[in-house]
Design a protein around this ligand. Structure first.
Ligand code: TYM
Length: 334
């Protein structure tokens, strides 16, 4: 709770090219939930440097992501859209929470295992403690709800464990957050290997639809999506490729699985894939156009970067000061 309203926090990394998975699993839900909560949407640039980044590129991508939040329909006046690095409380709380998190817990995180396998030459301490920074992000805002895709659930569980542990020692300091997982689109799979999630780091270009892909690329990728030798448009564990396309389609157009199955009864994969492509274009094209327009509005975006960094810091510091006092740091002299 913040100022008597339920609060919502979520963040996205600005690394790589954002995919349709990021949109359907997270950003789309941010937009739907924005009016119900006091919201904080963060560009988590501090998380990004756990993997080596080109500085100029990171700065550019961070700005693009912040612009994209607004282009997707988040009102920057009502929603606190900001950069993690502009609010120093994140790093400060992360340090404290590091001292309340166990090595064993962090060793079990699948994202750490995956990323350290992928970046074997740079298994840095930040990569290991990444989930603690994520816990700090969330707990700073007394967050009630965190909209994320399924792949972030393990980190969210850890955040809850840390909050409960801290509260057990010091009293009710943190709100224990709940995940918000959308009904559809919470785990969009690769178009080329539907047993693995769609990921911005996939080397196969055809595996992911990128948010900035032009319509012809989107149509091509959908048509080439791996399905099976059957022809029936049906949802089921034995049909991962088709089920993924059904998820994409219904998530773009807010339909139920049954409606989609009925719509394509007896029509075959060719017609279905074409319709999936069109549905994705109908969602991404307006987003791209608005992004292009907003990218030219430098002063408008800058105003909110400044305003919202101050707003985020105001609320975050309230929690941070409370925590600092609880753990025994000396009081500030005013
Ligand atoms: P990131 O940047 O990898 O992804 C951003 C959001 O997109 C979701 N997502 C997906 N959803 C469905 N299908 C997919 N294929 C797919 N791929 C990604 C993710 O679940 C996420 O919601 N650690 C986080 C960023 C973060 C954060 C936070 C999130 C940092 N602090 C605090 C929430 C709260 C991450 O790397 O997400």
């Amino acid at each position: 709770m913040i100022d008597g309203r339920k609060s919502l926090f979520s963040g996205m990394q600005a690394t790589g090219n954002l995919t349709l998975g990021n949109y359907l699993g997270a950003l789309k839900n941010f937009v739907t939930l924005q009016d119900e909560y006091e919201t904080f949407f963060c560009v988590v640039d501090e998380h990004s440097i756990t993997v080596r980044q080109d500085p100029a590129e990171l700065r550019k991508r961070a700005r693009n992501l912040l612009t994209l939040y607004i282009a997707a329909g988040l009102d920057p006046e009502k929603n606190c859209i900001y950069y993690q690095s502009h609010c120093s409380a994140h790093a400060e709380l992360a340090w404290i929470l590091n001292c309340y998190t166990y090595m064993g817990e962090l060793s079990r995180m699948t994202q750490f295992k995956d990323k350290s396998a992928k970046h074997a030459d740079n298994i840095n301490a930040g990569l290991f403690t990444y989930p603690v920074l994520m816990a700090a992000d969330i707990l700073l805002f007394q967050t009630d709800v965190v909209p994320v895709g399924i792949d972030q659930m393990q980190h969210l569980e850890l955040t809850r464990d840390i909050a409960i542990r801290f509260n057990n020692i010091y009293g009710d300091v943190f709100t224990v957050p709940e995940a918000y997982i959308g009904k559809a689109g919470a785990k969009i799979m690769s178009l080329q290997d539907p047993l693995h999630k769609m990921s911005k780091s996939d080397e196969n270009e055809n595996a992911s639809i990128y948010l900035m892909d032009p319509p012809d690329a989107i149509m091509r990728k959908c048509k080439r999506a791996v399905t099976d030798s059957d022809t029936e448009v049906r949802y089921g564990e034995d049909k991962p490729g088709v089920s993924n396309l059904i998820d994409i389609y219904r998530s773009c157009l807010s339909k139920s699985v049954e409606e989609v199955e009925k719509e394509f009864e007896g029509k075959g994969y060719g017609v279905f894939k074409e319709a999936v492509g069109e549905a994705v274009v109908s969602v991404l094209k307006p987003l791209q156009d608005e992004f292009a327009r907003l990218s030219k509005e430098k002063d408008y975006i800058d105003k909110y970067i400044k305003q919202n960094a101050e707003k985020a810091s105001y609320y975050a510091n309230k929690t941070l000061r409370k925590v600092q006092k609880k753990v025994g740091f000396p009081e500030r002299i005013r």
